[in-house]
Unconditional design. Structure first.
Length: 158
């Protein structure tokens, strides 16, 4: 049995950062969590250094940014070097996300953003050349995201 590395203060901080990290200050969080802003900043630094918070990225509307093609490329990678191939894929132009799956086949999903079909073809060719078997390409119509709510507590005022 493993113990939870996060106490209620850490969970509340993560909860508020997930809601809107860009526009939420340490003082805002401190007010809701009933600690000082300095405590919030120290906790965030610890969460970052321990690898629990890995980064902060914006959610992009690619269509509005004139990149109308968002495609999930479903691939199979040999299990022995799947991790290395996934890291290589992330370095390809247009690749914005790589997910490793636990299955034997179709074990990597690579999300590619492009303005035209030729760019998608180039990425698929590059994926093949570095060692993936491209199983399918699926056009993404929409993607919805929400925070994982197990970090909220009943005391959080939203």
């Amino acid at each position: 049995m493993t113990s939870d590395p996060l106490d209620e203060v850490d969970k509340s901080i993560i909860h508020f950062l997930q809601q809107d990290a860009r526009n939420t200050t340490a003082a805002d969080i401190a007010e809701h969590v009933d600690v000082t802003p300095n405590t919030v900043r120290n906790r965030i630094q610890h969460l970052e250094e321990s690898g629990i918070i890995e980064g902060y990225i914006p959610i992009i509307n690619y269509e509005r940014a004139k990149y109308p093609l968002v495609v999930d490329v479903i691939c199979t990678a040999p299990m022995i070097n799947r991790k290395e191939l996934a890291e290589d894929a992330l370095n390809l132009n247009g690749v914005v996300r790589v997910q490793e799956r636990m299955s034997g086949r179709r074990n990597v999903i690579i999300t590619v953003v492009a303005s035209e079909g030729d760019e998608l073809t180039e990425v698929a060719t590059s994926l093949h050349n570095i060692g993936f078997t491209v199983e399918a390409k699926e056009l993404v119509k929409n993607s919805l995201v929400q925070p994982f709510d197990n970090f909220s507590s009943n005391n959080d005022d939203e």
